[in-house]
Design a protein around this ligand. Sequence first.
Ligand code: CUA
Length: 354
Amino acid sequence: MGATNFQIFPEAASTIATSVDGLYAYLVIVSAFFSLLVAFLVVFFAVKYRKKDDTIPKPADEHSIGGMILEITWSVIPLGLSMVMFAWGASIYFTESRPPADSLEIFVTGKQWMWKIQHNEGAREINELHIPVNQDIRLTLTSEDVIHDFFVPAFRTKTDVLPGKYTTEWFRPTKIGEYHIFCAEYCGTKHSGMIGTVYVMNQQDYNDWLATGSGEGSMAEQGQALFNQLGCGNCHASQINKENGRCPNLNGLFGTTVDLKDGSRVRADEAYIRESILYPQAKIVAGFDDIMPTFKGLLTEDGLLKVVEYVKSLGPKNGTQTSVPPAPVMTSATEQQAPAQARPAARPAAPGNR
Ligand code: CUA
């Protein structure tokens, strides 16, 4: 993997990489075969049917069976070949766009011109991403300014990083090593310098690395501190229930389906929590009034991720995308809360923890 060795392909270091390379090879072989075939026939026919005298050639019979067979052949074969491209590409696309449940979650914020990365346990890094090998990794990405794109060639994955929105990218690294991170969306003068390194480590090294991380507590703990600091708890205190509270209860909210005032329903995922903090009037929960002030401008994207992570830690479900989950009723949500809180990464801090 040394930078001095010339390579046509970057190293294949994730589970998806070989499938992407396989599809790419198919595209190259099909394109090369037909390019060469057409070029050969152009030359061959030019020589074979070169005009030798002044007679006007007779056009072929339009209705000949031979002509029909030829037409069908050169329509059906390319159709088949391109449908293979379509089906194969769609299958890889769907795999790449659906992170497996229980992936390790990491948060990435793009900013002109750097990558800020936060681990659930609290460790933070810039332009570096430390991850364990043979583990599904799910990145939640957002931008503080313009559109960037998080690209790791060795993993064959790239995802746009958009301001005001969360996107996800997942991969399962298969080889210990160091790999390039690039920004793959032109984002200003130092776009080409918006690079970094992924360090894929064995589980033990990763645990050791995490332990040397930030002493500021887990993301959920830092989120809880912000939550208290901004006075969110005055209204959203978890003991307040739907019957007598002015605000929806956040306990057991995450991952459930919420009934809204206008009769529609929404899944309480990261994007919904984020929107409710920045634009509280956008989706009013059924039974409540439009009284929450906006927190736009009071929280950075990093801070928002932390508060979202805190709300997530109140259970019951983790943020992985499952295929259209059934709407759990609140009682089952509360029951599931205990195991969710038992995970060390998701446990909110004791009050008083800064
Ligand atoms: Cu960020 Cu290009």
